[in-house]
Design a protein around this ligand. Structure first.
Ligand code: LLP
Length: 421
């Protein structure tokens, strides 16, 4: 995958658009995505599975802007949705219902009704009570709900604890040992039909071994379920393939990942479903921010920028490391500094990087926080009454504001004061 964010003429560009020019036009901070980077990452995945015709159900929780969904949908992607909101977003972006899988542990009745009404590909069911509810609702609607049970294999994904989902202590899926009983219940239920089996063991997985172990278990189970007569037409292996955040880090090999999947899943004779999120979106976006102050504390230097943890919470929440580069290209002999890069929020946890060595910056300089295309804008909030920031999509030399900066009037205007105060 070629990097869409490169220095050209001394300034960092997204495709052919200068981030300094863009900053002057729309103000900072903002997210900037590259359409070519999205095309490349999805294309690489499609290429790796060439000949198998998988359903790539993009895990849109990673980045669900309508423009991004439209772009990916036109390239053939389906969607993995986890809420009514995501379902409506996918439909609004033109993604066909039969390419949508619905995941998540807490599906409401309204979400089930809407999924059934639209005719989505399947519900990835995560518990026995959820199956019961779905059976009931499908019955009320005179329908047969297509289901795929999410299996929890109790495999250690070797990733951050907060994004590990396939261990027995996690809330996700049905224990592996109960799977066959649950499929027997589905077969006996009047308004359910088992169409697949599903698994997702975690996110930002860079070591292929956990996948190897999980897919082996999954394949064994599917073989047993098919032998028992269950009409398993697809196998959904979830998402989770990690990306490179640190320039010199070990890069998960997409071809090796695909080979692993094919080794375990192809012999089953089922259609493959994938739910990648970060792999597609992560390196397709940056967060552009401006230095407000450079402050020298008693022990450390602080670069105080106009973006904060409410805009990108990953460093605070997962101790995530994002590369941070000055928009103006540093010279090889540029002086460096070691600093914490922090926002203006009144929380000690409000930082984008700690103890980071970077070329010396001064007030007014622009910085790009890299690999912010996944789980960036979608996880933003308005803490400290900071409006949601703008999002821009670049394609070649074109750019478009795909979400304007929220205004203070929007934000404050949502509150309502009772007349009796
Ligand atoms: N499928 C299911 C059922 C999921 O729960 C997830 C992610 C995915 C697919 C996509 O996983 P990916 O390919 O993106 O790894 N906010 C965290 C990541 C949370 C992931 C939650 N589930 C972060 O910023 O690292």
């Amino acid at each position: 995958m070629t990097d869409a964010f490169t220095y050209q003429g001394g300034s960092l560009h997204a495709d052919a658009v200068d981030l300094a020019t863009l900053s002057a036009e729309i103000g900072t901070p903002f997210y900037c995505y590259s359409a070519s980077a999205f095309r490349d990452s999805l294309g690489e995945l499609q290429q790796a599975f060439n000949g198998i015709d998988p359903l790539i159900a993009y895990a849109m929780k990673a980045n669900s802007n309508q423009a991004i969904l439209t772009l990916l949908g036109k390239l053939g992607a389906g969607a993995d949705v986890v809420s009514l909101g995501e379902l409506e977003r996918a439909i609004a972006a033109g993604i066909a219902p039969e390419k949508i899988v619905f995941s998540g542990v807490g599906k409401s009745k309204a979400e089930m009704r809407r999924g059934l009404e639209l005719g989505i590909h399947c519900f990835n069911v995560e518990s026995e009570p959820e199956l019961e509810r779905l059976n009931l609702i499908a019955g009320e609607m005179g329908q047969i709900a297509p289901v795929s049970v999410r299996i929890n294999p109790n495999v250690d994904a070797k990733t951050h604890a907060k994004i590990s989902t396939g261990k027995s202590e996690n809330k996700f899926g049905i224990p592996y040992e109960r799977a066959e009983t649950v499929y027997a219940e589905i077969a006996a239920a009047k308004n359910l039909r088992a169409v697949g089996v599903d698994m997702h063991i975690g996110s930002q997985i860079t070591d292929l071994e956990p996948f190897d172990n999980a897919f082996a278990l999954l394949a064994e189970l599917v073989t047993r379920l098919k032998a028992a007569g269950h009409p398993i037409a697809h196998v959904d292996i979830g998402g989770g393939l990690g990306i490179v955040y640190e320039p010199l880090a070990h890069k998960p090999d997409i071809a090796a990942y695909a080979a692993l999947v094919v080794k375990h899943i192809a012999p089953l004779g089922c259609r493959l479903v994938l739910e990648p999120g970060r792999w597609i979106a992560g390196n397709a976006g940056v967060l552009v921010t401006r230095v407000e102050y450079v402050k020298t504390g008693a022990e450390r230097h602080f670069v105080i920028v106009d973006a904060a943890m409410n805009d990108l919470i990953r460093p605070t929440l997962y101790e995530a490391w994002h590369d941070i580069a000055p928009v103006t290209e540093p010279q090889p002999d540029s002086e460096t500094m070691t600093a914490d890069i922090v926002g203006a929020i009144c929380e000690t946890g409000d930082y984008l990087a700690q103890n980071r060595v970077l070329p010396k910056v001064v007030e007014g300089d622009l910085l790009a926080v890299k690999s912010a295309g996944a789980y960036g804008a979608v996880m933003a909030g308005t803490y400290n009454t900071r409006p949601l920031i703008a999002e821009v999509l670049v394609d070649g030399d074109r750019h478009h504001l795909i979400r304007p900066r929220q205004t203070l009037a929007d934000l404050i205007g949502q509150d309502d004061v009772p007349g009796w105060l």
